[in-house]
Design a protein around this ligand. Structure first.
Ligand code: 2P0
Length: 326
């Protein structure tokens, strides 16, 4: 009972921030993301009656009890579905720094969902896989499909309608997303804790929820129309609103470092000089820049010229999560 899967990370263009149910990890808002070509997780899992406990090995090191516990609780959901109680050994590799705002939980839980479902001989639709991945991590639901993806917040109490599906496949539109790495350190406050703090303390939380529908509708259309300026403007707008929510929590949550802020200004300077480039930032200090293929070199040079940017990773729209071995 063994399988190996690869899932690519994703970056939200219209952000998810806030949960309507913590136990089932149901998002309070829908979101729209781009699956990334260059960042992925490969996960191999084996279930066996011989294993006494679940064992998680992350990038060749035994994971912390917290990480192993979260993975174990997630596997319990799949074990229950399959009617199998075997423990598992999980080996997972990211080709990028873990937990620094590069959505390792997105690709990680998506790859784990796919590999574990196959190893347990569960026959599931892409929708069912996305519903399951969500229970590991909200953004993981969006890493089951490739290309341009929409996550539905859903309305049901059981979460069966809170899943992600493609808006358009990777070949629909060649846009680029460059990631400027400003720090390799783990983030200080995780997304789940940050979202809960915003929900319970930010005076702007309800306004954020109320405005999301319009942003999702506009972004869906921008993607279908291949309107890059619109996609970029909406991405920057949603990103800054999400960070305004984090900043207005009590105590305020600040995910940026100085380099992040320098880079935001540099992207806007480039735009003033005529190059359509737009930033987005997640729950960490990395800067992500959206641009068209013909402007990729210019954007890369701009990012590399900012002191404190250690590395720039270029992405195109990435593929669906898939089984590598079974
Ligand atoms: C997003 N983020 O839409 C938002 C924007 C980060 C900033 O989803 O608690 O790891 O596991 O559901 O998915 C990152 O949070 O959070 C995230 P949980 P997740 O990409």
């Amino acid at each position: 009972m063994r399988a190996k899967a690869r899932a690519h990370s994703n970056i939200a263009l219209i952000k998810y921030w806030g949960k309507r149910d913590e136990r089932l990890n149901l998002p309070a808002v829908g979101s729209i993301s781009l699956t990334l070509s260059a960042l992925w997780t490969e996960t191999e899992i084996e279930f066996s009656p011989q294993f006494q406990t679940d064992q998680l090995i992350l990038n060749d090191k035994t994971a912390s009890p917290e990480e192993t516990g979260r993975t174990s609780r997630f596997l319990d959901v799949l074990r229950k579905l399959a009617g199998i109680n075997h423990k598992a050994v999980i080996q997972s590799h990211n080709n990028f720094p873990t937990a620094a705002g590069l959505a390792s939980s997105a690709s990680g839980f998506a790859a784990l969902t796919l590999a574990a479902a196959r190893a347990l001989h569960l026959s599931l639709s892409r929708k069912e896989l996305s519903v399951l991945a969500r229970q590991g991590s909200g953004s993981a639901a969006r890493s089951i499909p490739g290309g341009f993806v929409e996550m539905h917040a859903g309305q049901s109490a059981d979460g069966s309608d809170a899943f992600a599906e493609p808006i358009a496949p990777p070949a629909h539109w060649d846009i680029r997303l460059l990631i400027g790495i400003t720090s390799g350190a783990a983030k200080k406050i995780g997304s789940t804790a940050g979202m809960n703090l915003s929900k319970t303390t930010s005076p702007y939380y309800q306004a954020w929820i109320d405005a999301q529908h319009a942003d999702l509708t506009a972004m869906r259309q921008a993607i279908l129309d291949r309107d890059f300026e619109r996609l970029g403007e909406l991405s920057e707008y949603s990103c800054l609103k999400m960070h305004a929510l984090a900043l207005s929590s009590n105590p305020g949550i600040l995910y940026w470092n100085g380099v992040t802020v320098e880079a935001m200004h540099a992207v806007r300077d480039l735009r003033r000089r005529g190059t359509p480039a737009y930033f987005t930032i997640d729950a960490g200090p990395q800067i992500k820049v959206l641009c068209l293929p013909e402007d990729e070199n210019e954007v890369r040079e701009m990012l590399e010229s900012i002191p404190g940017i250690r590395e720039v990773v270029s992405n195109k729209p990435g593929p669906d999560a898939r089984i590598l071995e079974a």
